[in-house]
Design a protein around this ligand. Structure first.
Ligand code: PMP
Ligand code: GLN
Length: 394
């Protein structure tokens, strides 16, 4: 016997494309991870903690030093007043924080408002928790929602809304007016917001990330989720944070204790040190990534691609029809990885219904030479696509 909710699912698009990239030796601009090793000082702290630190079970809610560092970081960076003892829980990545939120807060039959495109873990976990997803369909090029879309999605059975801001895969950082609108709906429907803010520090130029928990009426009804993996460019570390008012934290901690119970103490110690000693990291890291985004954007535009703006995350989106490419995103991405040696992610993979099939996502957290070679190979993929026998003549 297997569980249909999970066994019916395909392998995640990230694993599928990274697997193809490994098998073909392609450049991987699909799955989101930097190709540098990450900040050496933090890695040295982790190594020291493995060799000389404590390697037995840490407290269930996380090392006190990390919970304090998380609260202090959010006070400095976002003006929040989190009590580390009653409002911060350390998890094994944002993924576990999401699972704890859905399993801890959803009752059978509760409706959960989710924006498409969504991060791929949301829907299976929401369904497994007994929730009924109510999808709000966002579209390029701006990917924004409005009052009418929220009115169509929220009902008297709405229990949760899941917000990913800054948003993967679109690279959108929501403006205050959109956040205020969503907060208004959460308050009016007595709903809890699960805010996946793993990209909160990866925001470029004039864009500003504002946490939904800081909006009127949201302090007691928001679960704020962060990830050290994204903050420090160490995506394999899987150290996440759950921040919420005490009553919510109590429910989340009960779930967390039976999911993973704890997270490796040595990595927790290193992340705590990193948050306390970040120096200019949170200004320099996005600046370097913005330069990579610009390099990839300019290279792609020179080759005839239409690139959508990216205000945050490791990702930018390419508009395929705007680039002269008439095939669907999945077909184009398969062609790119198999025939041109470069992996990308088809954005339709982040939809369940009425998918947008015209957008490919590219990861730019890579060395300049990798990006330049990626552009050359994407240009080749575009040529191959244009040369398809069934391509309509101009
Ligand atoms: N949410 C979003 C929007 C993500 O992009 C990711 C990973 N890229 C995660 C959650 C998972 O984070 P973690 O690796 O900390 O589990
Ligand atoms: N979050 C990463 C991305 O969007 C991938 C995470 C994963 O592979 N599950 O590329």
């Amino acid at each position: 016997m297997t569980n249909a909710i999970f066994s019916g699912l395909a392998t995640t698009i990230f694993e599928e494309m990274s697997g193809l990239a490994r098998a073909t030796g392609a450049i991987n601009l699909g799955q989101g991870f930097p190709d540098d090793p990450g900040p050496e000082a933090i890695r040295a702290k982790a190594a020291d903690a493995v060799l000389n630190g404590y390697n037995q079970y840490p407290p269930m809610a996380g090392l006190p030093e990390l919970r304090q560092a998380v609260a202090a970081h959010y006070a400095r960076a976002q003006g929040l007043d989190l009590d580390w003892q009653t409002e911060v829980t350390i998890t094994s990545g944002a993924t576990e924080a999401l699972a704890a939120s859905f399993l801890g807060l959803i009752e059978e039959g509760d409706e959960v408002v989710v924006f498409q495109p969504f991060y791929d873990a949301y829907l299976p976990l929401i369904r497994r928790a007994g929730g009924i997803p109510k999808l709000v369909n966002l579209k390029p090029p701006h990917w924004r929602f409005d009052r009418a879309m929220l009115e169509a999605a929220f009902t008297e059975r709405t229990r949760l809304v899941v917000l990913n801001d800054p948003m993967n895969p679109t690279g959108v950082v929501l403006p205050d007016e959109d956040l205020a609108l969503l907060a208004e709906f959460c308050v009016a429907h007595d709903a809890v917001a699960v805010c996946d803010e793993v990209w909160e520090q990866v925001v470029f130029g004039n864009a500003r990330h504002r946490p939904l928990i800081a909006f009127p009426g949201m302090r007691e009804r928001t679960v704020k989720i962060g990830s050290a993996g994204k903050m420090f460019g160490l995506t394999g570390w899987k150290v996440g944070y759950l921040c919420a008012a005490p009553a919510l934290t109590h429910a989340l901690a009960r779930t967390h204790q039976f999911l993973t119970f704890t997270t490796p103490p040595n990595l927790q110690a290193a992340v705590a040190w990193g948050l306390e000693n970040a120096g200019d990291w949170f200004a320099d890291m996005p600046r370097a990534l913005a330069a990579s985004r610009d390099r990839l954007t300019e290279g792609l535009r020179r080759e005839g691609f239409a690139v959508l703006p990216s205000q945050g995350t490791y990702f930018l989106c390419v508009d395929l029809p705007g680039s002269g490419i008439a095939e669907g995103d999945r077909d184009f991405c398969l062609r790119a990885v198999k025939a041109a040696g470069v992996a990308a992610i088809p954005v339709s993979a982040f939809y369940e219904a009425a998918p947008v099939t015209t957008i490919a996502r590219l990861c730019f957290s890579k060395a300049d030479a990798t990006l330049d070679e990626g552009v050359r190979r994407l240009a080749r993929a575009r040529e191959l696509s244009l040369a398809r026998p069934d391509f309509p003549s101009p």
